[in-house]
Design a protein around this ligand. Structure first.
Ligand code: HAM
Length: 422
């Protein structure tokens, strides 16, 4: 037999036992998002490569090294989306739902980055993303963070730190960039290889270096805060006050620069120390310039995305049982042949109509093996149907945990199940 074909490195299969956690997060997220007036949007997984070049930035790790880019059969360069903001903005502009309007949108789906896979970092991963358009003031930034906090509470996620910074306008950042390059050139000998490469292409990213040897250079570097324009400073100060009023704790991290170029003013990350190197569970910020950069009218915008693999991992680490809504409550076992199986299928249909989750045994086999399967299915009760039961208008009901069994008339079955299964 030939060797089986394996999945692509860094792209995971999600099996039913894992998906119980995913579904719980997705349900809670939907309910929180709807509570804030966010509406779902879906856009393609593939876009023209230029969309990402223009929005994320030519000299970012994502665009330079991580995109899954290929030519389609017409020779057009396409890219699997590495993130959702660009596609969401493109779709918003194209469908005329951003201009002169307030929009609160969310999406969920896979993203693709050719990064080096490790725990918490994959090549296909999933985000729940949130994008809000047409609101320029820091009340919106505050509301986004309130939404995050409400979701953490709903899910029982604790121990997250909110790191916050302001990147100012693109002009302020350009002035800072110049000062930073001049400073780094003065300490060229102390820069590692990576930082030297970033020095001219994307000097702000030097501040992101995790190399301990680089920390003294980074520590002495000029601070972005000193170069911020007055309006951005005021935006940031007001945001700080509003967050304090709203009871949201944060730390100002002046080194937080983010890996995508479209941000202006507020940027933030919710981080944890429980996931090793991949500490950001959720990240985002304001991107007031992006809509016009992509050909739309000037529109203020801000948003964030949650990394679902990381959030699932956090919840699983915490442990605890989870009510498995995808598991059957009742398993119908068949003692007999075609006639009994037909009756079993019909009974299962009736019970489903009454609202129960029912797995009906198919595929034959001894009663013993059927009861083993019933145990594994997660059902609480097994219903046994055989020739005698059919003749008497009864079924056998077995409590799988204890093994206790009794005969119940078909007329009383619904009431019996209701009393046992709620
Ligand atoms: P990002 O920081 O690149 O931002 O990604 C957001 C989150 O996605 C990260 O904090 C992390 O939890 C998760 N993530 C990123 N890369 C991976 C990976 N390789 N494996 C697993 N999880 C990953 C954005 O994507 C922006 N579009 C967020 C945003 C929305 N900003 C404004 N609106």
């Amino acid at each position: 037999m030939s060797k089986h074909i394996q999945a692509i490195r860094g792209m995971n299969d999600l099996l039913p036992d894992d998906l119980v956690w995913w579904q719980r997060i997705e349900e809670q997220a939907r309910s929180v998002l709807h509570a804030y007036g966010y509406r779902e949007i879906r856009f393609p997984v593939l876009e023209k490569t230029d969309l990402y070049r223009r929005s994320i930035g030519e000299v970012t790790d994502i665009v330079e090294k991580e995109m899954y880019t290929f030519e389609d059969r017409n020779g057009e360069s396409l890219t699997l989306r590495p993130e959702g903001t660009a596609g969401c903005v493109r779709a918003g502009i194209e469908n005329g739902i951003l201009h002169n309007q307030v929009q609160r949108l969310w999406y969920l789906g896979p993203m693709f980055r050719h990064e080096r896979p490790q725990k918490g970092r994959y090549r296909q991963f999933h985000q729940i993303g949130v994008e809000a358009f047409g609101m320029a003031t820091p009340d919106l930034d505050t509301e986004l963070l309130l939404l995050c906090q409400r979701l953490w509470r709903a899910l029982g996620v604790d121990g997250l730190t909110l790191e916050l910074n302001s990147l100012g306008t693109s002009q302020a950042r350009a002035a800072y960039r110049e000062a930073l390059v001049a400073y780094l050139q003065g300490r060229l000998d102390e820069l590692d290889e990576d930082s030297r490469q970033r020095l001219h292409k994307n000097p702000l990213r030097v501040l992101d270096s995790k190399n301990p040897a680089m920390q003294p250079v980074i520590g002495d570097a000029p601070k972005l805060t000193a170069y911020l324009d007055d309006v951005s400073l005021e935006h940031f100060a007001t945001l700080g006050k509003m967050l304090a009023q709203a009871g949201i704790k944060f730390v100002h991290n002046p080194r937080l620069v983010r890996g995508l170029d479209y941000y202006t003013r507020t940027v933030f990350e919710w981080t944890t120390d429980r996931l090793g190197a991949q500490s950001a569970v959720c990240a985002g910020g304001r991107y007031d310039g992006l809509v016009s950069m992509l050909g739309g009218q000037d529109t203020a915008a801000a948003g964030f995305a949650i990394g679902l693999e990381r959030l699932v991992e956090l919840l699983q680490q915490k442990g605890g049982a989870i009510e498995a809504a995808s598991r059957p409550q009742v398993y119908v076992a068949i003692a007999g042949e075609t006639e009994e199986a037909t009756q079993g299928l019909a009974l299962a249909e009736t019970l489903r109509e009454e609202g129960f989750r029912v797995e009906c045994h198919c595929g034959g086999g001894s009663l013993k093996s059927q009861l083993k399967r019933a145990d594994r299915s997660g059902a609480k009760l097994a219903i046994l149907i055989g020739r005698d039961e059919i003749a008497r208008g009864e079924v056998g009901v077995k409590v799988l945990a204890s093994g206790a069994q009794e005969q119940i008339g078909r007329g009383e079955l619904t009431a019996y199940l209701r009393s046992r299964l709620v």
